[in-house]
Ligand binder design. Structure first.
Ligand code: PEP
Ligand code: MN
Length: 349
């Protein structure tokens, strides 16, 4: 249920309503909007007397949220959520591009790729230090050393860092280095991990599970928000289908579906969706045309020797060309591509 407060409700009246909700053993989530303040009530609402609540001073109405997810739903919050990271706005009218290698390999390579993607106009650097590999014998990532290289690349370029957290026990270490925590597709329903990232303050990008429905995806986002973290970004990265020409099948219609169901920003990762470099640019463009709030793209200067996912990595020059095309598409659909440095005028930092 959502309680809509009357315009001009005092803080005292609001606190009283919040207390009443807590007294009933339920969890209030207050959302102060530009025009209205609303309070979502999470928990078993049978314990609650709706009439007693609507009679409280300051309450305009109580509206049920019909969807199974509450805090992430558009029913709860009409306006788009904008997640801000070091001054970069993810969501709203902006289109933001995150790019970088699949995994952090060497310090020099990471820094050189970071410089290239910044020149091309990307706003955020991606790179995995802990890799969720299908085989236990594959490269598992550099761990803390990789996080340190990411921090150095941020210092050098000013680009914020997004990196995957695999284990709740790594959180203190991740908190030192990451600007955005990524929860990977394989961990979308690792509920302890979701609660852990939900109980800290950094933004979280949640990737859709390999075989997850949109409802399951949103319920996982609800775990993070209900644990107290409202800074959640969703990422469509392709789902498993019978098709074998592509690594996964990019569910492009998930973008407008999600935009309708939730106020959270939606990013598309075409790299993991298609698994082949030649398909990344067309799907990246399609994603922006379909209304995505941004992209995550794997870029590597020597894909043939990449430790991981070389088959889907774009070369920096091709990525730069793509950014120029994305800029045009963003304009055509009434959006603005956030350029770290404008693609056409970029120079070495
Ligand atoms: C990644 O982005 O590094 C990754 C492993 O992607 P996914 O979780 O979507 O497979
Ligand atoms: Mn990868």
């Amino acid at each position: 249920m959502v309680i809509v407060l009357k315009p001009g409700t005092t803080d005292r009246e609001k606190d009283h309503i919040v207390q009443k909700i807590k007294d009933a053993g339920l969890m209030p989530h207050v959302l102060i909007g530009e025009e209205r303040t609303v309070i979502a009530i999470i928990g078993d609402e049978r314990a609650f007397q709706k009439q007693a609540l609507t009679a409280l001073p300051g309450v305009e109405k109580a509206v049920p949220i019909l969807s199974p997810y509450k805090l992430v739903s558009r029913e709860f919050k009409k306006e788009d959520t904008i997640v801000e990271v070091n001054g970069i706005k993810i969501g709203g009218n902006n289109v933001v591009v995150m790019a970088g290698p699949c995994s952090v390999e060497t310090n020099d390579l990471l820094t050189s790729i970071a410089i290239e993607i910044k020149k091309a106009g990307a706003s955020i650097l991606r790179g995995g230090a802990f890799k969720p590999r299908t085989s236990p014998y594959s490269f598992q990532g550099l761990g803390e050393e990789g996080l340190e290289y990411l921090s150095e690349a941020r210092q050098r370029t000013g680009l914020p860092i997004i990196t995957e957290v695999l284990d709740p026990r790594d959180m203190p270490m991740m908190a030192k280095h990451a600007d955005i925590l990524q929860v990977g597709a394989r961990n979308m329903q690792n509920f302890k991990l979701l609660e852990e990232v939900g109980s800290q303050s950094k933004p979280v990008m949640l990737k859709r599970g390999l075989s997850a429905t949109i409802k399951e995806f949103l319920l996982s986002a609800e775990y993070i928000m209900s644990a107290g973290n409202p800074r959640v970004i969703l990422c469509e990265r392709g789902i498993r289908t019978f098709e074998t020409q592509t690594r996964n099948t990019l569910d492009l219609s998930a973008v407008p579906v999600l935009k309708r169901l939730t106020h959270l920003p939606v990013i598309v990762d075409p790299s993991h969706a298609v698994g082949k470099t030649y398909l990344v640019a067309p799907m990246a463009k399609a994603a922006i045309a379909a209304g995505a709030d941004g992209l995550m793209i794997e870029v590597h200067s020597n894909p043939a020797e990449a430790f991981c996912d070389g088959d889907q990595a774009m070369l920096p020059d091709d990525f730069k060309q793509l950014m120029i095309e994305l800029d045009r598409i963003a304009v055509a659909v009434g959006r603005t591509l956030s350029l770290g440095t404008p693609a056409s005028t970029a120079s070495t930092p």
